[in-house]
Write a protein of this length. Structure first.
Ligand code: ZN
Length: 491
């Protein structure tokens, strides 16, 4: 590999040079959505962050197996062991089969991902399709002595595990802290310690999503699915596990504990976490009414939005911040992103038709290295984008005749610019805005030709001729026919 990537490992809390276990193969696992509602910005950020990782690694020549799961069982309302299953609750409220809810929102999620130009992962396993693997994992944890069964439920013994290993090595929390922060909730009397978590839960009579197991008819705990599916598709130890920072505790911390308890070793070598999104400086929350779905962003139909935003504008906006920084959404910031994106894409068009000279007054190689350096430094997309804007200035200067470029340099500028803008950052001209523009032009031209027709009927030749001549200056040819008038662009 010509390029070495330095990535920030949440586990070691520092940047490390990325060395895959089995180069050029890379195993990448990212926690996907719990499918019980439309995707919002909180879903877009990890999807785009790890799409960037996936795209850049593939671009460098790695063979990446990217696994992003669909959580459709076992994710309870309070993110641990209590409350109703999120999918089952939605199904009950809408009077649907849980799998109808799953199918409906999975399809809508895929559509949103396509709109954001997020590449599909290599494998997208559903938790409900891997109950056998999850039961096997629970069995192994029981055999190793780090879990216990009570009344058909199986709990992970966090205190016993922590005495031997370290429950808290990812989140940096000590077990004392965790114990202090764990509320004693009703219905938890089965647990030996309040920090213990269910890896298999016996289903209550009204619980619809249930499977037979050696312990009870029940369902797996939320953290079990990622350990089970990660191991199944990427091996007992794999390269990168990613997700949002909100998943570090308890989800990923518990995932590590389960895998170590079952296999005697860590299952992940590099943990990567994207930071959170705020809206006008506030955390997203149901009570704040700022849970803006992606579909609402695309249509503009939300009271907090001034206008609709194109999916690629949302993508570009997210890439303008480093994935480990917080990102605040506001209409002003999105409008600025919209403008910036237009400049980048316009320069890509200009670059296709730029004039060649015998010699260059600008240096491309150094600029190109800076673009790679930015991406190699923990996927620093905002710095890479800043270098692309430097290129926009170069491109415009060459186009204005203020600078010159020779054939070799132009070839290098074109490949690098197109690779970064389209292949690595995944930006594109939005098809929708192109068709919108097309409809707009058609409508405007019809209005203009109608006015000209009326002028001719009133024998107002001066107005009719002025319209034809002015359009001619814009390279639009008007032809008078028996039926009226038609227009075409002179290429
Ligand atoms: Zn997960």
């Amino acid at each position: 590999m010509e390029h070495k990537i330095q990535l920030y490992n949440t586990l070691s809390r520092r940047k490390e040079i990325f060395e895959p276990l089995n180069p050029p193969h890379v195993g990448l696992y990212v926690c996907g959505p719990t499918v019980y509602g439309d995707a919002h910005l909180g879903h877009a950020r990890p999807a785009i962050t790890f799409d960037l990782v996936f795209r850049y690694m593939k671009y460098l020549g790695y063979k990446v197996r990217y696994v992003r799961n669909i959580t459709d069982v076992g994710h309870l309302e309070n993110d641990s062991d209590q409350g109703e299953d999120k999918v089952a609750k939605k199904a009950r409220l809408e009077q649907l089969e849980p799998m109808e809810v799953v199918q409906y929102y999975t399809l809508r999620y895929h559509k949103n991902m396509e709109q954001l130009n997020v590449l599909p992962p290599s494998i997208e396993p559903h938790a409900s399709g891997h109950i056998i693997e999850q039961i096997e994992l629970v069995k192994r944890i029981l055999e190793s002595g780090f879990a216990y069964e009570v009344n058909g439920s199986v709990y992970f013994d966090v205190v016993k595990y922590d005495a031997e290993y370290n429950y808290g090595k990812l989140s940096g929390r000590s077990i004392e802290e965790t114990l202090e922060n764990t509320r004693e909730l009703a219905g938890q009397e089965e647990k030996r310690n309040s920090v213990d978590f269910a890896i298999w839960k016996k289903a209550s009579p009204e619980h619809i999503m249930r499977w037979p197991s050696p312990w009870s008819d029940g369902f797996p705990g939320w953290h079990v699915e990622c350990s089970a599916m990660g191991c199944k598709y990427l091996g007992d130890t794999f390269d990168i596990h990613g997700g949002g920072m909100d998943l570090i505790f308890p989800h990923h911390e518990s995932e590590i504990a389960q895998s170590v308890a079952a296999n005697g070793q860590d299952h992940v070598r590099y943990w990567m976490h994207n930071n959170m999104i705020t809206i006008d400086g506030q955390k997203m929350g149901k009570s704040l009414n700022n849970f803006i779905t992606l579909n609402q962003f695309f249509s503009g139909e939300h009271e907090l939005l001034d206008q609709p935003y194109d999916p690629i504008t949302i993508r570009f906006f997210i890439l303008q911040a480093h994935y480990r920084s917080t990102l605040d959404f506001s209409n002003e910031a999105l409008k600025a992103a919209e403008k910036g994106l237009k400049r980048l894409l316009k320069a890509a068009d200009t670059l296709k038709t730029i004039k060649l000279s015998k010699s260059s007054t600008i240096e491309i190689k150094t600029w190109r290295n800076l673009c790679y350096q930015a991406m190699n430094d923990d996927f620093n997309s905002p710095i890479a984008i800043a270098h692309l804007f430097d290129a926009v200035r170069m491109i415009n200067s060459i186009n204005d005749g203020k600078e010159t470029i020779n054939a070799d340099d132009l070839a290098l500028l074109q490949t690098t610019y197109f690779d970064f803008v389209f292949t690595i950052l995944g930006l594109k001209t939005d098809d929708k805005s192109q068709t919108d523009d097309h409809h707009l032009v058609e409508g405007l031209m019809q209005t203009i030709l109608d006015i000209r027709k009326e002028a001719k009927l009133k024998k107002d030749w001066a107005t009719a001729d002025k319209i034809r001549d002015d359009l001619g200056k814009l390279n639009i040819e008007v032809k008078d026919t028996k039926e009226g008038a038609s227009w075409s662009k002179i290429e």
